[in-house]
Ligand binder design. Sequence first.
Ligand code: HCA
Ligand code: CU
Length: 393
Amino acid sequence: MSTNSVMKDPNHYANIYNAYEKNPKKIRVLDSTLREGEQHPGVSFTNKQRIQIAWMLDYFGVDQIEISPVVSNDHKEATKTIIKQGLKADIVSHGRALKEDIDVSLDCDAKWCAAYLGISDIHLKDKLRISRDDALSRAVETVEYAKSHGLKIRFTVEDGSRAEPEFLLKICKAIEEAGVDRISLPDTVGILRPIGMYNFVKKVRDSIDVPLDAHVHNDIGFAVANAFSACDAGVDQIHTTIDGIGERTGIPPLAEVAVALTYLYKSPNDFRLDMLLDLSRLIEEYTTIKPYDSKPIVGSSAYKHKAGTHLAAILRNPAAYEPIPPRAVGNRRRIVFGELAGKTGAAYLMSLLGLKKDDDSAKAVAAGLKGLRMGDLIEIPLEDRLEKIINDK
Ligand code: HCA
Ligand code: CU
């Protein structure tokens, strides 16, 4: 490939390392902001907010939206109303592996339900206080009950990553026979590393035909990596929440997952990625939880450029330090002037202020900025339009 065509796609060689398949398969997204997200400390939406979030997620393009009607009457009302909206996404009504919870989903007129049951020894012994045989029959009965009432059902083998592997397979096979529509494989306490998640999923994938979900927690910071490791092993749906909120440290954030699927995995989804910042802002407004500055995609510094060498490059071609353009995800590029601005940064600042810039004065201003010892002085947005003016000069 010639230098010129590589310049057209600055990610060209990185893409070769990423080794895309010719026809990448579609990886779906289930968003659980309304279920797992509400398990985040301090988060509780009003019904109006729940409905708005569901509409926005649907418009964004997720495949399934999860909500739990069994939590309270309010949640049940919200679930009913959201189901009535006739959104494109499936609304998945989440509850325990109990007939009474399936009944609540039926009451809400759900078409899809999800049932979870802890299957690791610690969950069986210290949470549920039932034997493996009890768990097996409870799982099968729950699936049969949902199916006999015309529901589609996803079954979650909760804490599956810490369950005895032969029992995990036994239970997956039994619910497959009972007609389960999807199985969610969770790393409930986020204890797996990426290869561990791969092996966990592969073990099930090799003996089960039912479509699989990955639900992974971020306790040690591996959630996004593990979700994609699960895809490599055969999962075709990832669970997310907006900004990754959830129990403890949460699960993979929708923004990272949707951007990675689109740009790094070439999965044929139809996401409106430019809504990502708005989705994050919406959750910030409803929860008062502000995403940390350096959070990928939606963080306030995700598209800020500061060091002089970076500014010099960005002013010519932002792709020098941006993997994908900020506009694509609804964010904005900003440049930061301060001690590190350097000669190019200083010259640019002078041109913005209408000052004549020659090499010596640019150097003097750069030295002045350094001498101020104030850290960052100002930051300004750098739009593509402005860049063009600079480049035309
Ligand atoms: C829970 C546990 C769960 C379920 C995941 C799922 C987990 O809080 O109910 O239903 O796919 O992490 O195992 O969130
Ligand atoms: Cu969870």
